[in-house]
Design a protein around this ligand. Structure first.
Ligand code: SF4
Ligand code: SF4
Length: 123
């Protein structure tokens, strides 16, 4: 205890080294890879993002035109963003706020006729 006293006194008078996150959030760096966003209207459900994702947290179903991402499994590596041929995946600079339950991003789009082998659109 006595060994720690100088340290405790110093901490009372110097600037805090920690923040009250999530109330005080540090400004993100320019190169931050944060929250994942999919512009679903541009997505053609090719599944390349799911195939390349090292965490296997993306599920794509071309028949139902759905795209899902298990956010608690995502490691924010950005591989899906780099490999998406439609350039519809992006990462914000900021991270999601803490949540109490595991979240899955579920997005429903529509398959365009040009993306199906027989030229039919999904219902
Ligand atoms: S790689 Fe891009 S276009 Fe293909 S399914 Fe993923 S988000 Fe959609
Ligand atoms: S950022 Fe990385 S881990 Fe997260 S969904 Fe994309 S490829 Fe997977």
């Amino acid at each position: 205890m006595f060994k720690m006293t100088p340290n405790i006194l110093k901490n009372f008078i110097t600037e805090k080294a920690t923040r009250l996150y999530p109330y005080e959030v540090k400004e993100p760096y320019d190169i931050n890879r944060g929250e994942l966003v999919n512009e679903i209207e541009k997505c053609n459900f090719c599944g390349i993002c799911a195939a390349k994702c090292p965490s296997q947290c993306i599920t794509v179903n071309k028949k139902t035109a759905t795209w899902e991402c298990a956010l608690f499994v995502c490691v924010y590596c950005g591989v899906c963003v780099e490999t998406c041929p439609q350039k519809c995946l992006h990462q914000k600079q900021t991270y999601r706020k803490p949540v109490r339950e595991k979240e899955i991003i579920f997005m429903q789009g529509e398959v365009k006729a040009k993306d199906t082998p027989d030229g039919s659109e999904s219902s």
